[in-house]
Ligand binder design. Structure first.
Ligand SMILES: [Zn+2]
Length: 402
């Protein structure tokens, strides 16, 4: 089987993950894919193949030739519920440039992107679903790498621990991850975009619930008596920096994101997301929310505004910094295949960020795909092949401890 065939096989299993489900994995299709991957891994001769009862696939490819490192590779099996997940892929061999009509009114026409793909074989959707390259491209690339490392003519390589996780898109990908059982000293997620992406910085993240208590009277009879929670909510918003929102920020700029508001005179609730790459600025943002609440309580009376702030995840950078040889190792693997690396701060979180804080340093590598979470998602067969080559090379480099 080729990496292209693997990819086309995996994306045709619907694995959309859904929030607010009590089961893990959140949807049964993910378990179907997990079982398929486990049976393929067994057939290839991988060791210690198992599917946990929460739907994570684990397997081990034993070392060959005396290398001592124990490296992990991780991809997620689910796809985003932002777009339907039943995929009917279309291959366009020897793409000649120009817009690609996916369906009536749905055209892939990003010239800057497409001009780089001329001469390659595109894999696109029929305009009605995600393609699922996020992250089944990562799954297919790791599976193809595994089959090459388990073949009789495999190059010498380190021990490779493989895991495929469910429910990454709903933030639960590593809730049940067995870091000790996995058996790796360090790992990479294969869940990025364009070939050569190498990421080890992400946001520090918290969520903040703001509850505002008001006091209602008949509006005709309210002078100096009514306390309108909706208006205090507006005041709260106006006290935060106007330009520090998602739609005004990029790169290393953090933000306050008002993602929901619901209320009436007596009670108004707001939900904020707080994000910043820098830990001190992140803490300062949380402090600012608290100070804003304190100020409004001075104006409107104690207990008017209450806050609850919960940290969600942290920037993995501080956990990767002591292991920068991992980043060098990945860079060498890309460069061995004439792919230059691009390191950008992720404006979100990754499963690797959480694993890094659980003792498994875990930066993120590209898959080669574009336009994730969109009906315009696209990847090329050449990117799938190149990334597989990079992963194979990654396992053959000298031990980091040496
Ligand atoms: Zn992903």
């Amino acid at each position: 089987m080729s990496v292209k065939e693997r990819f086309l096989r995996y994306i045709q299993i619907e694995t959309t993950s859904l929030p607010d489900k009590s089961t893990c994995p959140s949807t049964p299709g993910q378990m179907d894919l997990a079982n398929l991957l486990a049976s393929e891994l067994k057939e290839m001769g991988a060791h210690e193949v198992r599917v946990s009862d929460t739907g994570t696939v684990y397997a081990v490819i034993p070392a060959k030739g005396g290398l001592q490192d124990r490296m992990g590779l991780i991809a997620h099996m689910d796809t985003s519920d932002a777009v339907p997940g039943v995929t009917r892929p279309r291959c366009i061999p020897d793409y000649q440039g120009g817009p690609v009509i996916l369906d009536e009114g749905i055209v892939l026409d990003d010239e800057a992107l497409l001009s780089n793909l001329v001469g390659q074989e595109l894999i696109v959707t029929d305009g009605h679903s995600v393609l699922g390259a996020d992250d089944k491209a990562g799954v297919a690339e790791i599976m193809e790498m595994a089959s090459r490392l388990l073949a009789p003519d495999a190059p010498d390589h380190c021990r490779v621990c493989v895991a495929f996780t469910p429910d990454e898109e709903i933030g639960s990908g590593v809730d049940h991850f067995d870091v000790n059982g996995f058996g790796a000293e360090y790992a990479y997620t294969v869940d990025g975009g364009a070939l050569g992406e190498l990421e080890y910085e992400n946001f520090n993240a918290a969520s903040c619930k703001v509850c505002i208590r008001g006091l209602s009277f008949h509006p005709g009879d309210s002078k100096n008596r009514m306390v309108n929670a909706c208006l205090i909510a507006g005041k709260f918003m106006s006290l935060l920096p106007e330009a520090e929102t998602p739609e005004h920020t990029e790169g290393y700029e953090g933000f306050f994101h008002l993602c929901g508001i619901r209320g009436d005179v007596e009670s108004t609730n707001m939900e904020y997301l707080i994000r910043d790459h820098n830990r001190e600025r992140f803490e300062a943002r949380k402090k600012r929310m608290e100070q804003t609440a304190e100020y409004l309580n001075q104006v409107y009376g104690p207990g008017t505004v209450t806050l609850s702030i919960k940290d969600s995840y942290y920037n993995m950078e501080e956990k990767i910094r002591p292991h920068m040889d991992m980043i060098e190792r990945a860079r060498k693997a890309f460069e061995a295949h004439q792919i230059s690396t691009v390191t950008l701060p992720v404006r979100g979180g990754t499963d690797g960020a959480r694993l890094s804080y659980e003792g498994l340093p875990c930066p993120n590598l590209s898959t080669g795909g574009y336009n994730f979470h969109s009906r315009k998602e696209v990847i090329t067969v050449q990117a799938l092949e190149s990334m597989t080559d990079v992963l194979v090379t990654l396992t053959t480099l000298p031990d980091m401890k040496a």
